[in-house]
Write a protein that binds this ligand. Structure first.
Ligand SMILES: Cc1ncc(COP(=O)(O)O)c(C=O)c1O
Length: 468
């Protein structure tokens, strides 16, 4: 029996749209299974209820004199306090900046973080593009390798730190992989980086919804200097991203975006910037998104992150156990059922004889299950996991640049959220078994331009399900 008002085994009851039925190719309607939580999670009912209630009070924030404006300001700032509590942040040392998503947060940091002229940045080979590309535009980037299993190669990390001694300004690393689910020991990374004079930025887009994160006090050897995450992956999909940084970072320099809200004073020829976080939040912020995030994090803290982690580890063990028995399934990353606490419930695989796009499509059209397929915005990592050679890469690149994605490498990914359960995994496993046995109802065609597969004559009219 849970000690909180939420029972971790019945969290689907507080998910918006959990019971929604979707059409199959054969015309049957079945309850949708969402195994694409690594992309975005659904909304929690308490979040939606809170927003609906808040809209009565909604008004623009900060400078409004009216009651509604003051109330909106109060709760917008309260959301920041909740974020601080969620990551155990001392707001004297750290600032919490609201923006659009994790990608924007990382881009902002990449543009604004002070770095010496001749410094370099280290990122890992397991990064989502959002925690790799922004850094390349700022400074030379050195990639830390992964081992044969796709885990961070610690020897390579230390080796490259030594090889670039005194020059590494920042180490940017994902808290957990969106492809293999591997969790990185971010505090060990921080300790090594700090010892070498570098700061650490953690992309917590995947980790934050599934494990508790304590960024630790500034000055602690294992402290996380910068952290970014997205509300849409943590049950508040209303368009908010968060950047946490130490306060000094944004003291100097111009904001990366300027305009309303960023200034104390403007004349015709100069402007004085205001303090953070407002200095870095140009224009009207996403007030509703902030309220939603504050509520989502409060609910998660009420449920208890340990209970969520335990529940998802149990699901991961159960899924690995079942899926490993299906002939022809090739996994990327660990399938060790005893090692589910060091990874998230993110499982990537392929069916030996079938393109990933086809597998994903059949799961949707014939089983009503939502997954994701492709390279998951982590091309270098996925190519490495799949063993794509340089020569093969060159051929593929030439095809893709000609808008032919027929042979694009990739995998199918299932990913769990706090509300998923074993019976959904059972349905998934039996659907996958059928596909593996070639018991496929539809006839699927490849769209070479997109690399996607669609059943012939499917003809779904989305207007029958929702209207604007
Ligand atoms: C590890 C990781 N980092 C960053 C992102 C980017 O997040 P967003 O699309 O919210 O900017 C994602 C999204 O999938 C991700 O998985």
């Amino acid at each position: 029996m849970s000690r909180t008002k939420y029972d971790v085994d019945r969290l689907s009851e507080i998910l918006v749209g959990y019971d929604r039925k979707v059409p199959l190719l054969n015309g049957e309607m079945v309850q949708y299974i969402n195994f694409d939580n690594a992309a975005s999670t659904p909304t929690l009912k308490p979040v939606l209820d809170t927003i609906v209630e808040f809209m009565d009070w909604y008004s623009n924030i900060h400078r409004g004199t009216g009651f509604k404006s003051q109330l909106s300001t109060h709760f917008f700032e309260k959301s920041r306090e909740i974020v601080a509590r969620f990551f155990n942040i001392n707001t004297k040392d750290h600032v919490i900046i609201f923006g659009k998503n994790a990608t924007e947060a990382i881009n902002k940091l990449a543009r604004r973080v002070p770095l010496p002229d001749d410094s370099i940045i280290m990122v890992t080979k397991m990064e989502h593009h959002s925690n790799d590309l922004p850094w390349r535009f700022r400074k030379p980037v050195v990639h830390i390798d992964v081992d044969g299993q796709g885990r961070l190669d610690w020897d390579d990390f230390e080796f490259k730190l030594n090889a670039n001694k005194g020059k590494v300004g920042l180490v940017a690393i994902t808290g957990a992989s969106n492809v293999t689910g591997y969790i990185n020991d971010i505090h060990r990374v921080a300790e090594i980086a700090h010892r070498n004079g570098a700061r650490v930025m953690v992309d917590a887009a995947q980790l934050a919804p599934h494990r508790s994160i304590d960024i630790k006090p500034a000055g602690h050897p294992q402290h996380i200097d910068f952290l970014a995450f997205s509300a849409h992956k943590i049950y508040a999909p209303f368009g908010l991203g968060v950047l946490i940084a130490d306060r000094g970072t944004f003291k100097e320099g111009n904001p990366d975006m300027v305009g309303g809200g960023t200034v104390d004073l403007v004349s015709e020829d100069y402007a004085f910037w205001t303090d953070v976080p407002e200095k870095e939040e140009a224009g009207t912020p996403n007030i509703v998104g902030a309220i939603a995030l504050g509520k989502a994090l409060s609910v998660i803290m009420d449920i208890g992150m340990d209970a969520i982690a335990e529940h998802e580890a149990r699901l991961t063990r159960y899924a690995l156990h079942k899926l490993k028995k299906i002939p022809g399934v090739v996994f990327y990353g660990s399938v060790d059922e005893d090692d589910v606490h060091n990874r998230l419930g993110v499982i990537s695989f392929n069916l030996q004889d079938k393109p990933h796009g086809l597998g994903g499509s059949i799961l949707n059209y014939e089983a009503g299950i939502g997954v994701r397929n492709g390279c998951f915005c982590a091309h270098p990592y996925v190519k490495c996991l799949l063993g794509v050679t340089m020569d093969q890469s060159k051929v593929l690149e030439a095809e893709i640049l000609q808008h032919d994605r027929s042979h694009i490498p990739g995998a199918v990914r299932m990913s769990f959220g706090l509300y998923n359960n074993e019976s959904e995994i059972d349905r998934f496993a039996s659907a996958l078994e059928k596909i593996a046995r070639n018991e496929i109802e539809g006839e699927y065609e490849l769209n070479a331009g997109s690399g996607e597969y669609f059943p012939k004559n499917a003809g779904i009219d989305f207007d029958n399900y929702f209207q604007l």
